[in-house]
Every structure is written in C-alpha cells, then in structure tokens.
Design a protein around this ligand. Structure first.
Ligand code: SAM
Length: 240
C-alpha cells in the first residue's frame, strides 16, 4: 500500500509493469517523514542546489525538496520518472525538477551543486566514473551521500533470496556479480570497505562519515551483514 503522506493517485500504478508496481509499493509504503528523518540525520537540509542522482520514483527527491531550496531528481528509467513527476505535481513541489539523464554524464554545470545524494544506484554504474562526475558537479566543500553494496548483499542474494526460493535467475545474477567483482570488474560489482573508501578519495573527496547502511542515516532497510560479510556501506564525503 502507498502511504497517504505521498498524496499519490494510485491509478498511476496501472500503467506500470508488475516489477515496478512492487517497487513503488515498497518504496512509497514508507512515509514521506521516514525519508525526511533519514536525510536530516546526515544534515541534508537547508542546502541551495541538491541532486538526487538515479532518483528512481523520486521519493528521496521529494523528501529532499521539502528540506532544501532546490532539487533535481535524475534517472534514466522513464516509467520511474513518470511516477516522480506525479509525486512532484501531487505535492506542489515547485522547487523539484525531474530530469532524464545518465549519471555518468550529468547534464549539469561543473561546480554548480551544494550536495549530491545517490541511494542504491552507484553499483549499477561504473562506480569510479560516476564518483568523478559527482565530484565535477559539486562545489568545493559540497557534500555527497552515496552507498554501495558489499559482498554480503550478493551472497545473501545467491543463498537466501535465490537458492532457498528456487529462484535460479537471482542466484545466477548474484554469482555473476561476485565473480566479476573478484576479477576486478568496473560495473555491477560488490565493493569492500577499503576499496570503496579508496574510490571516493580518488574522486577528490574527504570522507566525513562511513558505516553500514543505517549507521549514518538511521532506520536501516537492509541487513547489516550476511554470513559475517557487510551488506551495504554508506558514506557522507566532502568535495575537496
Ligand atoms: C535500486 S534503484 C534506486 C532508486 C532510488 N535511488 C531509490 O532509492 O529508490 C536504482 C536506480 O538507478 C537508476 N540508474 C541505473 N543506472 C543509471 C544511470 N546510468 N543513470 C541514471 N540512473 C541510473 C535506475 O533506473 C534505478 O531507478
């Protein structure tokens, strides 16, 4: 069920695929206040120009728009951008701009943003290139929140979500990602804490805070670890 705080006309779900309907009900099943609370915990409020990179259906973008002067939500999945646009309209969020784009090549000027937020998306891109692009568009002293999946997330995908559910497609996907990560792949890979930290620093950031998902933002969604391996890392870093 979609939480009433989003003011979304649920008829929009009829236009989505079953997979996207599930995604919408999960993400918007949590209230707007839930997302605002997590953003406040990392100080993503009172900022001038903020990007929600790979914004999906825009629930974080709208929460950011209630806390900051102006926000851009960008993604490359049109059905998700349509939902984000509906959220914007339903909530009269005139300070929120929904944009189509690829986070490897942001349609934004160099040094034009005060903050970049990117939730559960970095690992779908070529991580180092995306981090360099976030660094490019941020002003000096600007802040970035990003998270990325560790090996525990993908091992969990293989064992408990894949094999235990007889979902061979998921199990194969998890195995492919683990193998590709161990072989030094650049995209669709798991990160280690040290590797992720090194990539962030290489892109021109100083790490302000680093932990497992929920340790910085509160109210975690994901497991902390699986079989002793970390699932999702999160960090706030400052552009040098
Ligand atoms: C798991 S979803 C997370 C969406 C949103 N950040 C959230 O927290 O709900 C990952 C998103 O990354 C987007 N994405 C993947 N590759 C992208 C790219 N190259 N440029 C922009 N968005 C991308 C997908 O379209 C998808 O909406």
């Amino acid at each position: 069920m979609v939480d009433s705080s989003w003011k979304l006309d649920e008829k929009i779900t009829d236009l989505l695929s079953p997979f996207e309907q599930d995604f919408l009900r999960t993400e918007l099943g949590r209230s707007l206040e839930y997302y605002r609370r997590r953003l406040k915990k990392i100080g993503f409020e009172g900022k001038d120009r903020v990007l929600d990179a790979a914004c999906g259906m825009g629930q974080w973008s709208l929460a950011l728009a209630t806390l900051n002067s102006s926000v851009i939500g960008l993604d490359q999945a049109m059905p998700r951008l349509c939902v984000a646009n509906e959220l914007k309209k339903a909530n009269h969020a005139d300070n929120l701009q929904i944009k189509y784009g690829d986070f490897h090549h942001l349609p934004l000027e160099t040094g034009s943003l005060e903050a970049v937020f990117c939730n559960i998306a970095l690992m779908y891109g070529r991580i180092e290139e995306v981090l360099a692009e976030f660094s490019r568009v941020l002003k000096k002293g600007g802040e970035m929140y990003v998270n990325a999946a560790g090996y525990g997330y993908y091992l969990d995908l293989v064992v408990s979500r894949g094999l235990a559910n007889k979902d061979i497609r998921l199990a194969k996907l998890g195995i492919k990602i683990i193998v590709s990560s161990l072989l030094g792949g650049k995209k669709d890979v798991a990160v280690s804490a040290a590797g992720f930290r090194a990539m962030i620093e290489k892109a021109g950031f100083k790490i302000k805070d680093f932990g497992l998902e929920g340790e910085l933002t509160g109210d975690p969604i994901y497991k902390k670890e699986y079989k002793g391996l970390p699932c999702i890392f999160e960090t706030v870093a400052v552009k040098l």
